[in-house]
Write a protein that binds this ligand. Structure first.
Ligand code: CDP
Length: 310
């Protein structure tokens, strides 16, 4: 099956056209609905308690606590002196942030001119150490408060930090003094690169603070969305961040969530705003996730920005 995928790297998502029509029909109008926001936050709090559980902290993961890897079958790591010392004390994020922007990496951001809009938010979350160079500034903005980093990026882009760490530390500077959020305890091969990333930043007195994603939160959030028709093997990074944002912020706006091959103008859209490398086909269910986000948009729970910003 894998070979077939490489020979015919076709990435066709279902119902692109229907979704485009639906989004166009709905137009730009959006009405915030406080009752829906409160209700959804309650559902999320009951299942996953995002503000308390999203990161591994000394408070939720004391010495001796068993962390069960959420992306592995029956694998765990017990918190010992070494790992405990790397955890932040308690939830480091302020509750009831006013406006939050969750920025996905879709090519829909290109020429969107959403940078200024994004930068205006009180708290800005981004996925997978995305490029923020001058070239993209107008479309994606410059500020970041939390950025995720997948251990596979550490492996591919920074030689697993086994050689020079300078390149890694330097390229993190673009994220200012934000939190870097790594799923260190999700898959076995991801733990060492995450710990190395922690030490690379700590040893260089970087302004970034490492937060390890709590596998319990990732698992409960996964179940929460599975019960809402998201059937991928694993939630996309973006949906984890949306879950966190809905638990933390009064008003959430998403940008760069558009896993479809055509845009609202029916022109082709690349998978990312910076490249067109397709995801591993069966891993995430981004179109299903988008449908859920769109429902939340329509109910006034969060705002999904597709296309241009005014
Ligand atoms: O690591 P992952 O494959 O989940 O993410 P990514 O490709 O770096 O993109 C970050 C996030 O943006 C994804 O997790 C999705 O939630 C969202 N995204 C999207 O909605 N549409 C795309 N074409 C690409 C990404």
């Amino acid at each position: 099956v894998l070979c077939w995928f490489y020979v015919f790297p076709v990435y066709r998502l279902p119902r692109d056209k229907d979704i485009v029509e639906e989004v166009l029909r709905h137009g730009d109008a959006w009405q915030k609905n406080q009752t829906s926001i409160d209700l959804f936050r309650k559902l999320l709090t009951d299942c996953c308690d995002p503000p308390r559980m999203f990161a591994v902290t000394k408070e939720n993961s004391p010495l001796g606590k068993v962390l069960w890897y959420d992306g592995e079958f029956y694998h765990s790591r017990t918190v010992n002196n070494e790992t405990y010392s790397l955890f932040v004390q308690d939830n480091p994020l302020q509750l009831h942030l006013k406006t939050c922007a969750v920025v996905g990496n879709s090519g829909i951001l290109r020429h969107s001119k959403c940078g200024r809009d994004i930068d205006r938010a009180d708290f800005i979350m981004r996925c997978n150490l995305p490029p923020l160079s001058k070239k993209y500034e107008e479309d994606v903005g410059t500020r970041t408060h939390l950025v995720t980093a997948n251990p596979s990026i550490i492996e591919k882009r920074f030689q697993n930090l086994l050689w020079s760490r300078k390149g890694f530390v330097d390229s993190m500077k673009v994220y200012g003094s934000s939190y870097i959020y790594m799923p260190a305890f999700s898959m076995r091969p991801g733990t060492d690169p995450s710990l190395r990333a922690y030490y690379a930043l700590a040893d260089s007195s970087s302004n970034l603070t490492m937060l390890f994603a709590n596998p319990e939160f990732l698992a409960t959030a996964g179940k929460f969305w599975k019960a809402r028709n998201v059937h991928g093997k694993r939630l996309s990074t973006g949906l984890f961040l949306v879950s966190l944002a809905l638990g933390l912020c009064d008003e959430v706006t998403t940008y760069g969530f558009w896993p479809f091959s055509v845009g609202l103008d029916e022109q082709p859209v690349s998978h990312h705003y910076y490249d067109n490398i397709q995801p591993y086909k069966w891993f995430h269910a981004m179109p299903e996730e988008f449908v859920q986000l769109w429902q939340l948009h329509k109910s006034g729970t969060l705002r999904v920005r597709v296309g241009h910003c005014p």
